[in-house]
Ligand binder design. Structure first.
Ligand code: PAN
Ligand code: ZN
Length: 187
């Protein structure tokens, strides 16, 4: 029998106590996802160690649920805001939720039929990500964007298609506001 647990999540930093895993994504690892390659090179040259986001997770042996936090730094590369790689799930029948704790952003979703949806991310909004919809979170604010995610332990990540093709929509800054536009290099 599994024992109940209480995990303390700091809504401003995403730090979880206890946690069972953690990784950092540096900006320099994410060149493929941004349109403006010159702006990307310039930012990496300025600070090669800059962090884009951090994922902390809690995986309980024997449980069906898997959850954690993602903490995204604010920033832009060219006109695009800092964003996650984006992925489909390996298990096409499994969904996920994202519950924003602090900051503001956009959750961009895309079905296999290339239907697109955008869900606002702000404290209090819990987004449901249906099975087989690709998803990418974008920090459009000037503070860290922190959200809790929860899915089945079997869910898995499939990064290939989004890394290769990108998503049909981009989120860019226009006159200080986020704007969703067509991705000119999506085919
Ligand atoms: C999240 C994401 C996390 C990082 O845990 O994996 O926010 O985004 P990328 O994995 O796209 O870099 C999730 O959606 N898990 O399924
Ligand atoms: Zn996911």
């Amino acid at each position: 029998m599994l024992s109940p647990e209480s995990i303390d999540i700091n809504p401003n930093t995403g730090v979880m106590e206890p946690a069972t895993g953690r990784y950092l994504k540096k900006v320099c690892e994410l060149g493929q996802i941004y349109q403006d390659k010159d702006a990307f090179e310039a930012l990496v040259a300025e600070d090669p160690e800059q962090i884009a986001y951090e994922v902390i997770e809690y995986r309980k042996a024997g449980s069906d649920l898997f959850f954690g936090t993602t903490t995204m730094r604010p920033g832009k590369i060219g006109r695009e805001y800092f964003m996650t790689r984006g992925h489909y799930h390996k298990r096409r029948d499994l969904s996920e939720i994202y519950y924003t704790q602090s900051g503001s952003g956009i959750l961009l979703l895309q079905s296999r039929q290339e239907e697109t949806k955008a869900i606002e991310m702000r404290p209090g909004i819990c987004a449901y990500i249906p099975p087989d919809w690709a998803h990418r979170s974008i920090n459009t604010g000037s503070d860290d964007l922190v959200f809790v995610w929860c899915c089945d332990v079997e869910t898995g990540h499939d990064y290939g298609e989004i890394l290769d093709r990108g998503m049909a929509k981009l989120v860019v800054e226009q006159l200080g506001e986020p704007l969703i536009v067509d991705n000119p290099s999506f085919n």
